[in-house]
Design a protein around this ligand. Sequence first.
Ligand code: HH2
Length: 295
Amino acid sequence: MSGEMATMATTLTHRAFSTPGSASGGNVLEQLLAKARPLVMGVLNVTPDSFSDGGRYLDPQAAIAHARRLAADGADILDVGAESTRPYGGAVRISIEEERARLAPVLSDVIALGVPVSIDTLKAAIAAWALDLGAAIVNDVWGLQGDADMARVVAEHQAPIVIMHNRETADPAIDIVADVTDFFRRSLDIAARAGIPRERIVLDPGIGFGKTVEQSLICIARLDAWRDCGAPLLVGASRKHFIHSVSPSDPMDRLGGSLAAHLLAVENGAVIVRVHDVAATTQALAVASAIRGAR
Ligand code: HH2
């Protein structure tokens, strides 16, 4: 292991396990963090209406083929979602039955690829069903504060959970760093009361969710504000609208902006990046790491 990798391994371990007195049972998250480099979570949206790739992977065969591609491109985690949360409004809520019907022809085949799968859902019932099928992680864009049953399901399955900050509406007047910090505190409290150990928690400021463009930029620029929360940080900036606000572009033409955002996020403490373009991100992270190592 190079000196740089060793330093990163120490940093990641410290970040992930810095809570005093916490239990240290093995889990998928621990195994992923042991890779001691930034992790890439590849996005698979089995939806008709996702903001950048809605409708592309609604067909099960297209979805499975895309998951295979993400895995081949180097994804460390496959994040599968069947209900668009459309950070910029216009999300259509669907029933448990509809969400399960979209996932059912796809999820087992994706899990069988052997890459840990996270289930991106707001619903505890879907999380429980997906975990029972073999999904490894729950990704909750309401950070255990949406569905009141989510914390229990996550605790009972001993699953890692991504706690993402969210707000119903953006308020340009608030201090977004303080708001995210308060939200994380509430979510960590819920997790602790449900018996979810800190080792199984990832925190995510939720780029674009209930935030102005400026607030999304601040969340990446000041990510280190949450370095001491005792959990690894995830950033999902891929193709998001704030990129368009800086450099006008359609969602599919935001790769440059997405790479810039994720490289800076990692520089500022992100351990996991959630992206649509896995190959390009993996390459960008490897080159950034090589340059850092040559200092
Ligand atoms: N962003 C989206 C969805 N899920 N989960 C986490 N933890 N962090 C994120 O930033 C995040 C997320 C939105 O992106 P996408 O899935 O491409 O769009 P849609 O919600 O429209 O399907």
